[in-house]
Each structure stands twice: as structure tokens, then as C-alpha cells.
Design a protein around this ligand. Structure first.
Ligand SMILES: [Fe+2]
Ligand SMILES: [Fe+2]
Length: 339
């Protein structure tokens, strides 16, 4: 691996340390899953659960599937933390004892609440086959994933910048649709999670912008490589019990698209946003290869938009229905026959 990357990350340790306070929540600003869930220690806990279930009844099956898939993605957090620990410039005997490690731990601690909150909420709705969902989580953690960054920090920061925005969009759209369906508790939960994702996107965009400043050719070519291979979702290998690697993910992505929670148009919009945020168009003094990459990248959102428009709502999505085991309820135990 290019020693330049290690040098760049090392030189940014002070900068990152200075910015962490504004990029993470302080202890008295922490929100916790229990702020949004029924308080089981209260005498009216049963009524609180009934109220939650009443609101959740109005959510469509598609919305439930997207929410469950989002929750499973969040629950595979240990994989993502492990991956970031291994990045060049982060790895100091496996436990980075520098600003990068500080960021990684604080980011992990914030992310950990997302899966926790959605998992508990979904359990309480009574609409989910939790065992089937839990198997999918275990499979995803066991199978891992390959997001194509290797241990390259530049590639990883473009990936995480993209992903944090993608998850912000997904959680925000779930919040909007939950509001329309009358579930105000879920609206608040997803809105809160989306605000974390937004702040995390800000952090990764900032880290990458510093890499661009210090090593423009190297960083730009890394961004180019990531966009050439396309940004895949971290839960790309998602599978239910008995399914092939990634099979469930494909169906989940179809539902996310047809319910307009995350679509190809969002992909183009995110790329466009990143190009503007990093002012890629106006980077000067690049080498030949990086200049060609700059030109390619600047035209890419338009190309994706055209493809998205061409396929919008027709032909792309399979017509046949897929049944997710997540929503298949186990048959209730039969009542014992009297006498
Ligand atoms: Fe998250
Ligand atoms: Fe995130």
C-alpha cells in the first residue's frame, strides 16, 4: 500500500482530534433507544405497547420490509467497525490509539444505537417474525461483505461519505412514509437516526476533503476507482435462512426502490452532491490520469440520471411477488382442548 496514505492520515491526526467534538454528540446530548420506546418499568407499560402496536398496524408490508432490511444493515455494525479498524493509518496493533481510533470508537458507539432502537421497535410491533430476522442478522455478520475499498483509507472515506448519505435518505424517507401512515413514534425514531447519519456524512466528507487537499491525485483516483466499480450496499450479502448469498438483499433492494425509499435517482443525486461538496470540477494542477478521472466523474451524475429516468417505474422491477420470511408469522399454538 502507498506509504503516502499513511503519511497523510498521520498528518491529519491533530485536525481530526480538533474536529471530533463538533462531529459527535456530547454525553448530555446523547439520545438513547429507551427515549423512544415504551417504558417497561411503568404500570402503564401494557397500554404503551398497545399504542405502539396500534400505530404500527397502518404501515404497509413494503415499508415494514424496508425498515427490517435497514435494521439488519445497522445490526451488522461489528463488521463495519472491524473493516475501518484495518484501514491504513488506523492500524496500531489492532487498537488505534490516536484521533482516528477516537473517531472510530465514538462513531461506533453512535451507530450502535440505530440497530438497537429499530430492533426493539420491530419486536414490539408484533408484526415481525423475529427469529427469521435474527437468522438474517447472524448470516450477514457471518458472511461479511466486500465493499471494494480494501484497506485504502481514501477509497473508504468516499465509500462511507456515500453510504452515510444513502442511509440518511433511507431513514428519512421511512420517517416521511411512517408519518403518512400515522405512526408518529416511528417517524421520530427514524428522524433521529437520520440526523446521526447526516452528521456522520459531514465527518467523512470532511476527512476526504482533507485527503484531497494533501494528495489530490491519489485521492481523486481513489474516488474514481470507487465510482467505476459502483458503490454497493454494506448488506449486499443479506440472506434469509436457506437462501443464496445476497438473494434476500436483491429482493429488499427491489422493495426499497418500488416504495421510493431508495432509488437509482438517489444514487445519482448523492454522487452529484459529493462532486459539488468536494468541488471536484475546479481541482487544479492534477496529473494526466487524475485529470481524465476528473472529467469522467463530473459527467457521471448526468449519465446515471438518464438511465434512472429511462427505467423509472417500468421493466426494471420483477412483477412476481416475493415473500420475506421476516413477515411470515409462526402459527399460534392451538388452544388446548378442554376435557
Ligand atoms: Fe446507522
Ligand atoms: Fe451511519
Amino acid at each position: 500500500m502507498d506509504g503516502r496514505r499513511i503519511e497523510v492520515l498521520k498528518s491529519l491526526e491533530g485536525f481530526v482530534g480538533d474536529r471530533i467534538p463538533e462531529l459527535t454528540l456530547k454525553e448530555d446530548e446523547y439520545w438513547q433507544p429507551s427515549d423512544y420506546l415504551p417504558d417497561m418499568s411503568q404500570p402503564d407499560a401494557r397500554e404503551q405497547i398497545e399504542q405502539l402496536q396500534e400505530q404500527a398496524r397502518g404501515l404497509s408490508d413494503d415499508l415494514m420490509v424496508v425498515l427490517i432490511g435497514d435494521m439488519i444493515t445497522e445490526e451488522a455494525l461489528p463488521s463495519y467497525s472491524m473493516w475501518i479498524t484495518q484501514l491504513h493509518g488506523f492500524d496500531k496493533n489492532g487498537e488505534p490509539n490516536n484521533s482516528w481510533g477516537d473517531w472510530l470508537r465514538k462513531w461506533t458507539a453512535e451507530e450502535n444505537r440505530h440497530g438497537d432502537l429499530l430492533n426493539k421497535y420491530l419486536y414490539l410491533t408484533g408484526r415481525v417474525n423475529m427469529r427469521a430476522v435474527e437468522i438474517t442478522i447472524q448470516n450477514l455478520l457471518a458472511d461479511g461483505g466486500d465493499v471494494g475499498t480494501g484497506i485504502d483509507p481514501y477509497k473508504s472515506f468516499t465509500y462511507t461519505s456515500f453510504q452515510e448519505i444513502a442511509t440518511r435518505i433511507s431513514h428519512s424517507n421511512v420517517a416521511i412514509q411512517a408519518r403518512k401512515a400515522g405512526d408518529l413514534s416511528l417517524t421520530k425514531m427514524c428522524g433521529k437516526i437520520a440526523s446521526d447519519e447526516n452528521r456522520h456524512a459531514k465527518a467523512y466528507k470532511l476527512f476526504f476533503s482533507k485527503c484531497l487537499e494533501l494528495d489530490p491525485d491519489g485521492a481523486l483516483l481513489a474516488f474514481y476507482d470507487m465510482m467505476r466499480q459502483k458503490i454497493t450496499m454494506p448488506a449486499m450479502y443479506m440472506r434469509e435462512k436457506g437462501k443464496e448469498l445476497g438473494e434476500t438483499f436483491k429482493h429488499f433492494a427491489v422493495v426499497a426502490e418500488r416504495s421510493e425509499i431508495y432509488t437509482p435517482k438517489d444514487y445519482a443525486d448523492i454522487l452529484d452532491h459529493l462532486l459539488k461538496d468536494w468541488d471536484i470540477e475546479h481541482l487544479k494542477g492534477l496529473g494526466n490520469k487524475a485529470e481524465a478521472a476528473q472529467e469522467y466523474l463530473c459527467k457521471l451524475p448526468e449519465r446515471y440520471r438518464k438511465v434512472a429516468e429511462r427505467f423509472a417505474g417500468r421493466g426494471r422491477l420483477p412483477v412476481e411477488e416475493y415473500t420475506f420470511s421476516w413477515l411470515e408469522m409462526a402459527a399460534a399454538e392451538p388452544e388446548p382442548v378442554a376435557g
